[in-house]
Design a protein around this ligand. Structure first.
Ligand SMILES: [Zn+2]
Length: 362
């Protein structure tokens, strides 16, 4: 049986290769469920369960810093990549991982010359990118996110990673963004313009790309990853939207732009374009089969990602979520079309009845 990697929005690929061994039993069980139905997930796990499944250990975790440009860094720890802007006006970060690793993140920021975090921008509401709000909010950090992400943080939501799923609990008021935006917003901070951009549902319904214009660097959160992406299809995530979101960012940047993914190493515009082409290719293949009425098992059997697997890793979760996303969209379109047809038929019947009764058609 092919090994299923639980690559998620939370996981860096190389970490997974190790962790998937530890997950052997769980994976063996869940892969059977996977074969039967794309939407069926295992029982929800709590944070300790998640930590164990992913092989995460906050105590032994090491936070590594990489310089992106003068005053801009990317921190790698446990969870989504954290961009850090340090300058004369203070410290601004993009994403904040978990409260448990915050002391190590803060130490890394101090080592880079930064201070208390003035602003924390969340690329989206998922736990591995925004849970650090629980540590920063009460300390007075201004938290900023797309308004939909704030809405999601206010409620309980299940994140269906297919082979594993997590119930993300509502955040307390102190951990919620105080500042939100809808389409775009600008910061003027540490000597540069920082653009917050939203292009509709993609990885989630509240994604933000953060473009540091002066540094010529952009952080895309989980809309862009260095392995197959996770599409949170059960919460409105959309494969077509992910492609158009990436295309919109691609148009804004140039060949020298540093492109920071939600997980994995820094890339560039060419890397982003390569990723977009992969998404588009797989999307087109699955969409044709969805329209033809193929089941998930039938789609999976065609290995729609085959030529990309060496580079992007195990496709199980991606194919599952891509299929679910496209099927939902197809069914919604079909329902809308049949509603229009039904309304037209009713109008025609009404007209015929009116004529029969000797009235004027309306
Ligand atoms: Zn995510």
């Amino acid at each position: 049986m092919k090994k299923v990697l639980l690559h998620t929005c939370t996981v860096v690929m190389d970490r997974w290769v190790v962790q998937s061994r530890r997950l052997g039993a769980l994976v063996a069980l869940t892969v059977i469920a996977l074969m039967a139905s794309p939407a069926k997930a295992a029982e929800p796990v709590d944070l300790p369960g998640l930590m164990e499944a992913f092989g995460w250990d906050f105590d032994s975790a090491v936070v590594r810093a990489e310089k992106v440009s003068e005053g801009l860094y990317l921190l790698f720890g446990i969870g989504g990549n954290v961009a850090v802007s340090i300058g004369s006006q203070g410290t601004l970060i993009v994403d904040d991982q978990f409260p448990e690793i915050m002391p190590k993140l803060e130490k890394a920021i101090t080592n880079l010359g930064g201070g208390d975090v003035d602003f924390a921008l969340n690329t989206h509401w998922h736990f591995d990118h925004a849970q650090g709000n629980l540590a920063l909010g009460p300390k007075g950090t201004w938290i900023v996110a797309h308004e939909t992400s704030r809405d999601m943080m206010m409620g309980n939501h299940n994140v269906n990673l297919v082979a594993l799923n997590y119930d993300q609990k509502a955040y307390p008021a102190a951990a919620l963004p105080s500042i939100t935006f809808t389409d775009e917003m600008q910061f003027h901070f540490n000597g540069q313009r920082i653009e917050l951009l939203h292009f509709g549902p993609a990885h989630t319904t509240g994604d933000t790309a953060v473009y540091f214009e002066g540094s010529n660097a952009v952080h895309l959160g989980d809309v862009f990853n260095r392995g197959y992406p996770f599409i949170d299809a059960d919460n409105g995530g959309d494969l077509d939207g992910m492609i158009s979101f990436c295309r919109a960012v691609h148009q804004r940047i140039n060949k020298d732009t540093k492109v920071m993914p939600g997980h994995g190493d820094i890339s560039d515009r060419e890397g982003l374009l390569h990723y977009i082409k992969m998404l588009q290719t797989v999307r087109d293949r699955i969409a044709v089969m969805v329209v033809a009425g193929a089941s998930f098992t039938e789609v999976q059997a065609t290995s729609p990602t085959a030529e990309f697997d060496d580079e992007f890793g195990d496709p199980a979760m991606f194919v599952d979520r891509a299929y679910t996303s496209l099927k939902k969209k197809h069914e919604a379109a079909r329902n809308a079309a049949s509603a229009v047809a039904k309304a037209a038929a009713e109008a025609a019947a009404h007209q015929a009845a009116t004529l029969k009764a000797g009235g004027e058609p309306k």
